[in-house]
Structures are given as C-alpha cells and as structure tokens.
Write a protein that binds this ligand. Structure first.
Ligand SMILES: Cc1cc2nc3c(=O)[nH]c(=O)nc-3n(C[C@H](O)[C@H](O)[C@H](O)COP(=O)(O)O)c2cc1C
Length: 217
C-alpha cells in the first residue's frame, strides 16, 4: 500500500515521528528492503557505494540498543550547559516543549521499536578535513533521508536521531561493527505511523536565512 503523495507533499510532510510510531505493529524485512533499495539510488561520492547498513530486528538486541541510546542522551544533556547563542536548545523555536516531550517519549519507548536502522560510512569521519567530512556525510545522509521518504510513502516513519553517537564505540561493539573502519551517522527506529496525515513544521522564515549574492549575518 502506498499513499501516492505528490513529490511536494512527500518532501514537506516527512517528519521525525516519535509519539506516532506504532510500536505494536510488526514491520516485514521485505518492506525495509524495498525502502533501502530506493534509498540506494541517492548520490554518493564517485559512486563508490562505501556504505553499509545494519538493520536490527532482534528484540533482545533492540533492548540493549535502547539502553545505549538513553545513556548517549544523558551524555548529551550533560553538555548542554556549554551551548550558547543560537545553539542554545530551544532558542526562539516555537513549540520547543513539544519537541522535548517527543524526545522523552522516544527515550522511554525505543526498546519497543520493531526495527532500527544504522547507516554506516567507511572511514573515521573525524580524522578527515572538511572536504573528507563533507564527502563522507554527503555519501550517506542523502540516502538515509531517501529512506525516510520511502517509508513515508508506505505509511511508515522514522525519527532522525544522533544521541547514541556519544556511545558510538559501545554500539559498534554490540553490533559487531569495526569501529576503526566505519562511522555511524545516526540511529533510525522504523515503524508504521499512527495515521498518515502529517503537517508542515515550523522553519525560520525565508528572508531570515537566505541572502542573494552576499552573506547576510
Ligand atoms: C541531526 C539531527 C539529530 C537529531 N537527534 C535527535 C535525537 O537524538 N533524538 C531525538 O528524539 N530527535 C532527534 N532529532 C529530531 C529533531 O528533534 C527533529 O528533526 C526536529 O524537531 C524537527 O522536526 P521534524 O524532523 O519533524 O521536522 C534529530 C534531528 C536531526 C536532523
């Protein structure tokens, strides 16, 4: 079953779904494969395909993943005192409390996710300069977002998360990922969504973030 959304509808209503993920409905490996095969059509540097994708659907492993995700979130929260200016969490963002509630909900329910995706890119991104960092992330994040779009078209969803990266090494050990050879870029729970209507989200207005010909502070 696909929703037949227009391209613009798909692009403007694919959200990070947390409270509306259906943790009680199973997800087949077939449909995850379909979405990944679509995602693989995203661009990647020199078409080298130096990516790996680990999909976890074993509830015992998901339970352990959830523990590490929660520890990573605690690590992140402990750094928030250092954030300043526009990086301060919640600075001028309408509905910020709602985001906090959703983040908390996912923390409490991640262990119930039917499946979780870990996209990996080869190499240790932090060891490269900005060219290699951009090329590495650019060769995995676009495909990851395509995966979100493919899920949405099928009445499914995910939430973009990076909190576990504070515990990346421990996650690598849990999943048998060779840490020195692959960088994890996020953790993506997979499920059907409760309902299929999603709205556009708040974003800063065009004039505040776009300038023509010259940078505008
Ligand atoms: C790089 C990045 C990291 C994120 N990390 C987390 C996370 O660790 N946990 C979480 O619950 N949400 C996380 N989010 C989800 C954001 O909170 C969410 O995308 C934002 O509130 C905007 O909502 P939308 O995606 O529905 O438009 C992350 C999103 C991005 C893009």
């Amino acid at each position: 079953m696909t929703l037949n959304l227009s391209a613009d509808q798909l692009l403007t209503t694919t959200r990070s779904v947390r409270k509306r993920l259906d943790f009680d409905r199973a997800v087949s490996r077939d449909i995850i494969q379909q979405c990944l095969e679509i995602a693989f059509q995203a661009p990647n540097g020199s078409n080298l395909n130096t990516w790996k994708w680990v999909v976890v659907d074993d509830p015992g492993i998901i339970e352990k993943i959830s523990g590490l995700y929660n520890q990573g979130t605690e690590d992140f929260i402990a750094t928030l005192g250092d954030a300043v200016g526009e990086n301060y969490m919640g600075a001028d963002i309408p509905g910020f409390q709602g985001i906090n509630d959703s983040v908390e909900y996912l923390r409490q329910n991640l262990h119930r996710a039917p499946a979780i995706l870990f996209p990996l890119i080869s190499g240790r991104v932090e060891q490269g300069g900005v060219f290699w960092q951009a090329s590495s992330y650019g060769s995995i994040l676009q495909a990851t977002w395509s995966f979100f779009l493919a899920l949405r078209e099928r009445g499914m969803g995910s939430a973009w998360t990076t909190a576990h990266l504070w515990r990346e090494k421990e996650m690598a050990e849990l999943l048998g990922i060779p840490y020195e050879r692959y960088t994890q870029v996020g953790l993506f729970p997979i499920g059907y969504t409760k309902g299929t209507q999603f709205r556009k989200a708040y974003r800063k207005p065009f004039d505040e973030v776009v300038s023509w010909n010259q940078f505008s502070p």
